[in-house]
Design a protein around this ligand. Structure first.
Ligand code: FAD
Length: 384
């Protein structure tokens, strides 16, 4: 594995850093407090190609590789995890899944629009009774002559109330269990598709989350993504990409908290010297740095495998588990290191802590990542 970034990667990171500093960071705290979905930022981001970093330039992507994607998501996560969450869902769960499983017609219809930010994508797998137990899908898709009729609910869908296109999983044959799950591409303005925003989240408050209700939503065969019964496989392939983006974004959050803490520790005086001169404070900073750098190595390892196109579920789950838990730990230490000031929104570290708490839950909780890792190590599934 090559540790040095190429010139092109440095350029990608620099551009992402400039964008995040100029366009994302200035409104991150306000958008968090007022629960404002950052449409304006996305409108500016679309033409840069950074909304879909690995999609080819010809269709509006940036044409970089997964290291490049990690660098972009790291920089954006450093500024605002809400914006990074929206991008993870849009790019990693929606656009890349269409790229992998879509027909030529679906790719032509949706990918340029997703890449340019002209439409926003979301991903609806979770239900109120199917979270970690994602195979237990209850939203039904019934066959009716030459189309499908979908009825039921989806829960906790990121961007669900803002997106234009929903990649949604439904049960088409309950007798077959998870082999009866099928994926559908549904424009959110389809009659019978309703989204209600969830209020009062602890963090990621600018990345709106919604519960969906589908009331006799009619969809055609052309809206199937992949084959009938292939939905669960498609969802898991999407999550391999999604978890990678989450891990990269959390790496950015940890890095932001570390940098903020170093600056504060140098500046703040206590017992006649800077905080940075106290051994226990240096201990906190060292723990933060080691955890952050370990996450970085795991994220880059997963990126390396993705670039080679080889299976990477095990490594991606390790990166997701480590980076999300690290973001929580490092943000928690950062608040501690800032003392009372860290417990207010005067500094970004409390926002990072609140935002990071969601990342160990969505796209497979930390416990589920451990079961995926354990299955790889032992050959035994603990899910059954
Ligand atoms: C901010 C946010 C955004 C989200 N965005 C999306 C989205 O865009 N699309 C989408 O489909 N979903 C989304 N989700 C839903 C998310 O993926 C689920 O919340 C997650 O999969 C966990 O499901 P659950 O909440 O039902 O918890 P449960 O499955 O009820 O789990 C509760 C606890 O039990 C543990 N647990 C459950 N089963 C096991 C087991 N077998 N072994 C050990 N421990 C277990 C879990 O780890 C967890 O700690 C989002 C959630 C949040 C909070």
């Amino acid at each position: 594995m090559e540790f040095d970034l190429t010139h092109a990667h440095h350029q990608v990171r620099e551009n992402a850093r400039i964008f995040a500093t100029d366009h994302i960071l200035p409104s991150a705290s306000h958008n968090d407090q007022a629960e404002i979905f950052p449409h304006q930022i996305l409108d500016t981001l679309g033409p840069t190609g950074m909304m879909t970093p690995t999609l080819p330039r010809e269709i509006g992507g940036l044409g970089t590789d997964f290291i490049g994607e990690a660098l972009i998501f790291e920089e954006i996560g450093k500024a605002c995890s809400s914006v990074r969450t929206i991008l993870s869902v849009h790019n990693s769960l929606c656009a890349l899944t269409i790229l992998q499983w879509g027909t030529d017609h679906q790719k032509e219809r949706y990918l340029p629009a997703l890449a340019g930010g002209k439409i926003l994508g979301c991903f609806a797998l979770t239900e109120f009774t199917a979270g970690s137990h994602a195979t237990q899908q209850n939203l039904l898709a019934k066959r009716s002559v030459d189309h499908w009729i979908l009825s039921g609910q989806k829960a906790w869908v990121s961007s669900g109330s803002e997106a234009n296109l929903c990649l949604l999983f439904a049960q088409t044959d309950p007798q077959k269990g998870y082999r009866g799950i099928t994926a559908f591409l549904i424009p959110t303005d389809t009659p019978g598709f309703h989204a209600v925003k969830v209020s009062g989240k602890t963090g990621l408050r600018a990345a709106h989350t919604a519960h969906l209700t589908l009331e006799d939503v009619e969809v055609s065969d052309e809206q199937l993504l992949g084959d009938i019964g292939e939905g669960f496989k498609i969802a898991m392939s999407a999550l391999d990409n999604g978890r990678f983006g989450v891990a990269a974004g959390c790496l950015g959050q940890a890095q932001a908290c570390l940098e903020a803490s170093i600056a504060y520790a140098r500046d703040r005086q206590s017992f006649g010297k800077p905080l940075a001169g106290h051994q226990l404070v240096q201990g906190m900073l060292a723990d933060m740095a080691v955890q952050t750098e370990t996450s970085r190595l795991l994220v880059y390892q997963a990126a390396h495998l993705k670039n080679k196109g080889v299976p990477n579920t095990y490594q991606t789950s390790m990166a997701k588990l480590h980076a999300t838990e690290t973001a929580v730990t490092v943000a928690r230490l950062a608040v501690q290191l800032h003392g009372a000031a860290g417990y207010t929104n005067e500094y970004p570290v409390e926002r990072h802590l609140r935002d990071a708490l969601a990342t160990t839950i969505y796209e497979g909780t930390s416990q589920i990542q451990k079961l995926i890792i354990g299955r790889h190590l032992t050959g035994q599934s603990a899910f059954a």
